[in-house]
Design a protein around this ligand. Structure first.
Ligand code: VGL
Ligand code: ZN
Length: 222
């Protein structure tokens, strides 16, 4: 598939210490997304395409934490106001902690903007566009519209949550959307969700492309 990179942005989703090995909500091999993302970010930046990063950013008593619901455990699913099936997580990405920091090896020199999400105590946010009530905007859509961006490339963590919901919302909002398969890893809770996410993304109209493909980036120059 040919992309128009002139109006492209790379969205780097939640490459934070808590989602990397040894983190509070570790994604297996999560740090392996960093090298392809650094390469893609350099390429995008070189040709004037935007690079935007997101950061999961929760208060210590966030509603998505199992610890906020006595008797519940990480991995449990419960109904919350406006959110039918909220997965409960271990405490992670608490605002201002080292676990919430973007991984030190991610090259931020190419990143134009960092968007934080999930900072409302009573509402979780997987998608970079809308919080989990599917109504509350993060502001990303308005920013991308202002910048004239029409094509989105996504990578980061976790494939089956924040990358997945961001990509599905992107398609719904009319962006031509691709997920960089070599630059994502899934948390796979419940088991099988990472594979399911890939299939559902394709079905939703998201292109799955490998950023190591020599064709990737051809057309960025314009
Ligand atoms: C994420 C679970 C909870 C993610 C964030 O970044 O995919 N997953 N919070
Ligand atoms: Zn979170």
């Amino acid at each position: 598939m040919k992309f128009n990179y002139a109006s492209a942005a790379l969205l780097i989703i939640d490459v934070q210490n808590d989602f990397c090995p040894a983190g509070a909500l570790a994604v297996k091999d999560g740090d392996e997304v960093i090298q392809p993302l650094n390469r893609a970010a350099a390429l995008f930046s070189e040709y004037g395409a935007k690079v935007i990063a997101t950061q999961d950013w929760h208060p210590g008593d966030h509603v998505s934490f199992a610890s906020s619901h006595p008797g519940r455990n990480p991995g449990d699913v419960m109904e919350l106001p406006g959110v039918k099936e909220q997965v409960l997580w271990p405490d992670h990405c608490i605002a201002g902690t080292a676990g919430a920091d973007i991984h030190g090896k991610l090259d931020l020199s190419h990143v134009h903007m960092i968007l934080r999400k999930g900072f409302r105590r009573e509402l979780d946010s997987y998608s970079a566009f809308f919080e989990n009530d599917k109504k509350t905007s993060t502001g990303l859509g308005g920013m991308l519209a202002d910048l004239g961006i029409k094509n989105l490339f996504l990578g980061g963590l976790a494939l089956d949550y924040c990358v997945f919901y961001s990509a599905v919302d992107a398609v719904r909002l009319g962006y031509k959307t691709a997920v960089l398969t070599d630059a994502v890893r899934g948390v796979d809770i419940p088991a099988g969700s990472a594979e399911k996410a890939l299939q559902a993304l394709e079905k939703a109209g998201v292109s799955l492309i490998n950023s190591a493909d020599p064709e990737f980036g051809i057309g960025l120059k314009h």
